[in-house]
Ligand binder design. Structure first.
Ligand SMILES: Nc1ncnc2c1ncn2[C@@H]1O[C@H](COP(=O)(O)OP(=O)(O)O)[C@@H](O)[C@H]1O
Ligand SMILES: [Mg+2]
Length: 257
């Protein structure tokens, strides 16, 4: 949807000049970013509950790197990682960054309606300093490190020992580093990243991935030395206020009181 607006109505010199028009494009972020679109809704609360459990697992409040992954593609990893990063960013005094480590099919920037810019791949290849690649994600103080330039050898780029150094540097600056990754079964990237992160969350989309695929992904991560903290289940029937009104808990309208 477009809306046209005059830049300077007072200035007759620009009248009729096409440059006086600005085009405002409606923000088109991914509709499943519950923390962004429906912060008071049931889904946002579920994500905060997960965040609170992760915070409880870290009583000393030490900086942590958290990988979000799943067995196969399209299970909701990127949406889950962004929602979780936003939930962490809601906490006071927490510096949080979302890192798009899916160098194969990056989508964090697209889901946040941001333009692709230098990011993780450029930092790992030493082309751009970290400080230049970090930028606001458009939600509170959440920062983003996008995937960056496309590379032909993502496994090599991510496998370099530079990633350990990068995680360390990110932890000096952020309390929570949430890392979106490619799926576990088709490539080694997620396993490698899990092994180097403090914790891993496995996203499972019911009725999409096969149970045996999720089990296999869990085994791969554990075999590589990853620390699986839990799973993030998408599309649980009967656990959604749309299908079960007992779970709805919308704020009361003023006139209802
Ligand atoms: N909870 C959800 N319910 C329904 N659709 C979802 C949900 N989370 C994500 N999606 C949609 O499913 C597709 C895959 O999600 P995405 O997060 O990109 O998966 P992945 O990163 O695992 O490939 C996207 O079109 C996304 O908008
Ligand atoms: Mg993804």
């Amino acid at each position: 949807m477009f809306r046209r607006k005059k830049l300077s109505a007072e200035d007759p010199a620009t009248e009729g000049d096409p440059e006086e028009m600005v085009v405002i494009v409606d923000q088109a972020v991914n509709p499943y970013l519950a923390l962004f679109h429906e912060p008071a809704g049931y889904r946002a609360e579920q994500i905060r509950a997960l965040r609170n459990r992760l915070v409880a697992l870290n009583p000393d409040g030490e900086p942590k790197t958290l990988v979000v992954t799943s067995a196969v593609r399209a299970e909701g990893k990127t949406v889950a990682a962004l929602n979780l990063a936003m939930a962490f960013a809601e906490l006071e005094r927490q510096q949080v960054v979302i890192v798009d480590a899916d160098l194969r099919r990056p989508s964090c920037e697209r889901y946040l309606n941001l333009n692709p810019e230098p990011g993780l791949a450029d930092v790992l290849l030493g082309r751009v300093p970290l400080e230049r690649a970090l930028r606001p994600a458009g939600f509170r103080r959440l920062m983003m490190l996008g995937a960056g330039s496309r590379v032909t050898n993502p496994a090599e780029v991510l496998g370099a020992s530079r990633i350990d150094e990068l995680f360390q540097r990110l932890k000096e600056r952020f309390q929570y580093v949430v890392i979106d990754t490619p799926p576990v079964l088709p490539s080694t990237d997620a396993g490698v990243l899990s092994a180097r992160a403090d914790g891993t969350l496995l996203v499972v989309r019911l009725e999409h991935s096969l149970k045996k695929q999720s089990r296999e992904a869990l085994r791969v991560i554990q075999d590589m030395g990853g620390n699986v903290l839990g799973s993030f289940v998408n599309e649980l029937r009967g656990q959604d206020p749309e299908s079960d009104q007992r779970l709805a808990y919308e704020p009361r309208e003023a006139e209802e009181d």
